[in-house]
Design a protein around this ligand. Structure first.
Ligand code: SAM
Length: 271
């Protein structure tokens, strides 16, 4: 199979060649519903969002990226659901960094990267094929504020980088732990597990914004012991047309123990 280098250095199989794809048309209700959520699109945003969906649905015929294939539902459950996070990220300054943990087909990170070009996004997933899809999509869209990372969150969140000495100053390069102004995620597990693999990525003072469904209050209740151990708090719950966003605040460093090894987070865990 032929391959080409992607933005993050990964090799893109030609099964993800989107060069001839055209944008997916917007539904008639899109702008009004977006406006009711406080979302106003800039010139070119909708065309790029439609092209992202075209890439996602095209690739989905060859790779398992999404169960939502109806066009209107894809605009609603992928694009608008992802963009519901814009309200939580609104106060981030120019150049602030955001990581999407367990991004899968780029949700919520890619629609956010399209509509918030002033922020820098890292899309992390454990599955190399999904990252290859994202690299091809980022290239097709011409996004320059988005990079990808193939890794398990439990490993990447412990990465404190390598020491680099320059002119007598010692600094660390390539670190992922406590490096991001905001952490986002959707559909990566129950809050008691998700908190453990997202909170360590945030800087002290950073925000962790997690898209959740109707069971958010119950998940928060179940997550209280681990939230306590992680030394983070539930700042707010933001209702959205599609669910609820749980916003965690991080005031102090995450204890080094976290996130614990993958096996602790398995379904067999007694936590
Ligand atoms: N966030 C996307 C969405 O909302 O459509 C994808 C959700 S999909 C159900 C869960 C994704 O999280 C998968 O792509 C999986 O590979 C990834 N994932 C699960 N656990 C992970 C971990 N510990 N580290 C990195 N990625 C993980």
């Amino acid at each position: 199979m032929s391959i080409s280098p992607g933005p993050s250095g990964s090799r893109i199989p030609l099964m993800f060649d989107f060069s001839s794809l055209q944008t997916l048309g917007e539904p008639a209700w899109l702008r009004e519903k977006a406006s009711s959520m406080g979302i106003e699109f800039d010139k070119g945003d909708i065309e790029k969002l439609g092209l992202f969906l075209a890439c996602l649905l095209d690739a989905n015929t060859r790779a398992n990226l999404t169960a939502v294939t109806d066009h209107d539902k894809a605009w609603d459950r992928h694009v608008l659901d992802s963009l519901s996070l814009l309200a939580v990220l609104a106060d981030l300054p120019e150049g602030a960094s955001v990581i999407d943990v367990g991004t899968g087909g780029g949700l919520p990170g890619l629609p956010l990267a399209i509509c918030a070009p002033h922020l820098k996004f890292t899309l992390l997933d454990a599955t190399a094929k999904k990252i290859a899809f994202l690299d091809a999509t980022i290239s097709r869209l011409g996004l320059t504020n988005c990079t990808t990372l193939t890794a398990r969150a439990e490993v990447a969140a412990h990465d404190i980088g390598t020491r680099a000495d320059a002119k007598g100053i010692t600094k660390r390069e390539g670190a992922k732990r406590e490096q991001f102004d905001a952490v986002v995620a959707r559909a990566v597990g129950a809050l008691k597990v998700l908190a453990e693999i997202t909170v360590p990525f945030a800087k002290i003072g950073g925000t962790i914004a997690l898209i959740k469904g109707a069971k958010a209050p119950q998940e928060i209740e179940e997550a209280q012991p681990v939230l306590h151990e992680l030394k983070c708090v539930v700042d707010t719950i933001v209702p959205t047309p599609t669910g609820q966003i749980v916003v965690l605040g991080k005031r102090v460093a995450t204890p080094r123990l976290f996130p614990r090894a993958e096996k602790v987070n398995s379904k067999k865990s007694k936590r």
